[in-house]
Write a protein that binds this ligand. Structure first.
Ligand code: MN
Length: 497
């Protein structure tokens, strides 16, 4: 994952009414704004001053150039002066990249003692940006409006947050998802329309036989396997039975071999997200656990049981979270603690929880797995640290996609769990478990989610807006009746017309 190649283009709108000297000043000020935003060190993606545009042709040209640039993840648009907005119609019609409308001005304060009409003409974003806002709304353009002085840390952070949504979108467009094996038989929510997903989200989802993976696993060299096992021993607490001379040592070697084969498979095909299913493991000795946990920690998206939607969402959120503290993982609402005094959800999966959520040194263990009919799988066991998080999901409603999210508070487990053989997270759902779970179920939310302690609600909402996908949140202010009404309204707004 490398954000260094990506750029956000800063484009300033103006016109020729004020003379060349004013335009020179507009460009000079725009460059200073970009320099200031860069110097703040708050933006995850480099922002570059791209153009001062004053004619419809210049606007169209820069929008077309943005469309064609593989490194441009989005634009920041600002009307330093007045930029009559009919000039923007052709450009905005052509533009296929997301944009933020930064409603700022060069000066923070009014120069009370010196302000004159020249100053007024030069610094009129207060109404120039309204003219621009009108045409965006008139055209139904999705965008983020960020208001405030460009040196204000809060404004810079909001721009930084929007940049993260923009790179999530950038990642989805062209993301290749490998579906190794098909769906868990008879499961509904992990199915979906892969053609619509490519049209709407930009992701390519294709199926591959598990035998291809089995072949690459078998091909991994013993030397590579030994090296990887040594790495496991260095960074994890390996169970005695898998240590040198232990009776399960061969299983650890096979887990390392699986990681090497899976990594080879993904890299060879250019896949940044993948799925598998315990119902199709022909040629494999164990359900991949450790390997999947480690690949997720490196940034690969994953969904179990053929769940390509969660795999793709996880990959996008991994990119959005890049460089931030806090983990992001495939997750499943597994079982509840219904104590009325303090109800919590125990989130886990059979094996595949990302080690980015591990606060302590993970314990590398081996235990039987009752389903799948394969050998005991190796896995990493740990508990996610406390703190705010979101659970996000992507649902195929048949006629459209819906993104659903729930704000949660990850908490320490109230008691030790000496016999639980999987990685886990405990959380209190907002506003409370009963409301959150009822709302989630009314919304058709899946059991698989992406749990993130790094990505925010606003970033997911912005990503959904960029995608033109419905987004429904369940947060501290939600009530079940309100969520039910939102579902009805969204049906009218987003339903196929
Ligand atoms: Mn599952």
């Amino acid at each position: 994952m490398d954000l260094k190649t990506l750029e956000i283009w800063f484009v300033t709108g103006s016109q020729h009414l004020y003379g060349e000297a004013a335009l020179r000043k507009v460009e000079e000020n725009s460059r200073k704004v970009v320099e200031g935003l860069t110097a703040s060190g708050r933006l995850p993606v480099r922002i570059v001053f791209k153009a001062l545009v004053t004619t419809p042709q210049q606007i169209l040209d820069v929008c077309r150039e943005a469309n064609g640039s593989p490194n441009c993840a989005g634009l920041v648009l600002w009307m330093h002066t007045f930029s009559p907005a009919k000039m923007w119609i052709a450009g905005l019609t052509a533009l296929q990249k997301p944009f933020a409308h930064l409603h700022t001005q060069f000066n923070r304060d009014l120069p009370w003692s010196s302000i004159d009409m020249d100053f007024m003409n030069l610094n009129q974003a207060a109404h120039g940006d309204r003219e621009f806002g009108f045409i965006c709304t008139r055209m139904g353009k999705a965008r983020k409006v960020i208001v405030g002085h460009w040196q204000d840390a809060e404004v810079q952070d909001r721009l930084a947050s929007w940049e993260r949504s923009a790179i999530g979108l950038h990642e989805l467009r062209g993301l290749k998802v490998a579906r190794i094996g098909d769906n868990m038989r008879q499961v509904a929510v992990t199915e979906g329309d892969k053609v619509e997903a490519q049209l709407r989200l930009g992701i390519e989802v294709n199926g591959y036989g598990v035998s291809e993976l089995a072949h690459l696993i078998a091909e991994a060299s013993d030397g590579e396997v030994d090296k990887l096992v040594a790495e496991y021993e260095r960074i994890y607490t390996v169970a005695p039975s898998m240590q040198h001379g232990g009776e399960k040592r061969a299983s650890l070697h096979y887990a390392a071999r699986t990681e090497l084969g899976l990594r080879h498979f993904l890299d060879r095909g250019g896949f940044k997200a993948f799925t598998d299913t315990f119902e199709d493991l022909h040629g494999l000795k164990q359900l991949p656990g450790l390997a999947v946990q480690r690949l997720m920690a490196e940034g690969y998206g994953f969904g179990a049981e053929g769940d390509w939607k969660t795999a793709a969402l996880l990959r996008a959120m991994k990119v959005m979270a890049h460089g931030l503290p806090g983990g992001t993982s495939f997750m499943e609402d597994y079982t509840y603690h219904f104590d009325p005094a303090s109800p919590v959800v125990l989130g886990a999966h059979m094996l595949e929880i990302c080690t980015s959520l591990a606060a302590e040194k993970p314990s590398c263990e081996i235990h039987p797995l009752g389903i799948g009919g394969k050998g005991d799988p190796v896995r990493l066991v740990f508990t996610a640290p406390p703190g705010p998080a979101i659970n996000a999901a992507l649902i195929d409603m048949g006629d459209r996609f819906r993104i659903l999210l729930n704000e949660v508070e990850v908490v320490a487990p109230p008691q030790p769990l000496p016999k639980l053989p999987v990685a886990r997270a405990f959380w209190k759902a907002q506003p409370d478990l009963k409301t959150a779970a009822a709302s989630w179920i009314y919304a058709g939310g899946p059991h698989h989610t992406v749990l993130s302690q790094a990505v925010t609600t606003e970033q997911i909402e912005d990503l959904a807006e960029m995608l033109g996908v419905e987004c429904l949140k369940i947060d501290g202010k939600s009530s079940t009746s309100c969520v039910k009404n939102q579902l009805r309204w969204n049906e009218a707004y987003y339903g196929r017309k």
